[in-house]
Write a protein that binds this ligand. Sequence first.
Ligand code: SDX
Length: 393
Amino acid sequence: QADVFTYDPGFTSTASCESAITYIDGDAGVLLHRGYPIGQLAGKSHYLEVCYLLLYGALPTATELEDFEKRVTMHTMVHEQMHKFYSGFRRDAHPMAIMVGVVGAMSAFYHDSTDISDPWQREVASIRLIAKMPTIAAMAFKYTIGQPFVYPRNDLDYASNFLRMCFAVPAEEYEVNPILARAMDRIFTLHADHEQNASTSTVRLASSSGANPFASIAAGIACLWGPAHGGANQACLEMLREIGTVDRIPEYIAKAKDKNDPFRLMGFGHRVYKNFDPRATVMKESADEVLDLLGVEDNPVLQVAKELEKQALADPYFSEKKLFPNVDFYSGIILEAMGFPTSMFTPIFALSRTVGWISQWKEMIEDPSMKIGRPRQLYTGATERDYVDVEKR
Ligand code: SDX
């Protein structure tokens, strides 16, 4: 049984909620999931084991892990009718638009796991969402590039299954490279949960009304899409593309430092971390591994990324403002090197974060003191006044 944080009885806080799942110390650059440091989990564990930890609060025994992985595997296919849902989108739809729609519509396909008052239905909804998100994301990718959907396979691990569903084609099998599968699994693990970030708070608020889990997770996906949040990895790669060549980096660093210029270095800075994001440290190791495997010499975007990181880290402006590369800076580099279009970066973030959203949803729903969320405001509008007929205005 782990020791737990306790607070003095008189302690008061402006916190939006209590949670026992993830702890962040932004100044120290610490991230714990159920007490375990993210560096240890990313180095020694794997995504589905971290899912079990986040959902149930303890690392599984070998038998518990085998049973959990089998339950997830048996739910990786989506209802065949769902395939028709995709054909209603234009081929140039952003995969995030498709994921918001398809996940929101899951409540219309899986009626037997929408009643949040039933513990069994809550459990099935959790497993279904974790299991089906890679399939839904891969189908969104295939749909937008005009290739046929690839079904999941039960003999592959979670990350390998996702890579194969994205890159296999009927004409040619896709052999999953273990280094890429490991890097993919690490990306999933490093994005699994992150305390009360914007999208997780959205899921908590949406589900506090009793909305079904699929609708609540769809709300989280919509929020994550924003470029200041989960959309930062796509925005970061687009920024690197816009910079184009190493010699233009000083011009963009100057723009980022100019208070009159709204431009910000995408993939840098964080609302909470005023130190290196511990996830970025691990992600950087993976980026180096993947670039060694796939080569960076002939990829100008990746060359710009490496040089930008070097120059920004050496610039006192960024260190004084505690602006360091965040998890999105390096994940974008890895996904680019793997061959994903930037439009798939945030859907991959969304599928990774599903377990964090679901774990916090479960924690909140199972709290008997839970009430519907109702944030208050400071009113700054007009004082009371009488209506004036239009003829007199
Ligand atoms: C995620 O909440 C989470 O946990 C989110 C997340 C998760 O896992 O869920 O970690 C995922 O969203 C990571 C962040 C991804 N976003 C980006 O990479 C977009 C680029 N970053 C910025 O938009 C920005 O850093 C924020 C939004 C992330 C944070 O903005 P803040 O709160 O304004 O940052 P700050 O208060 O620490 O900024 C300090 C100063 C400010 O200048 P001053 O007003 O003090 O003069 O630094 C400036 C900012 O203007 N600044 C930047 C900058 N980020 C902040 N200047 C240039 N480039 C940047 N990227």
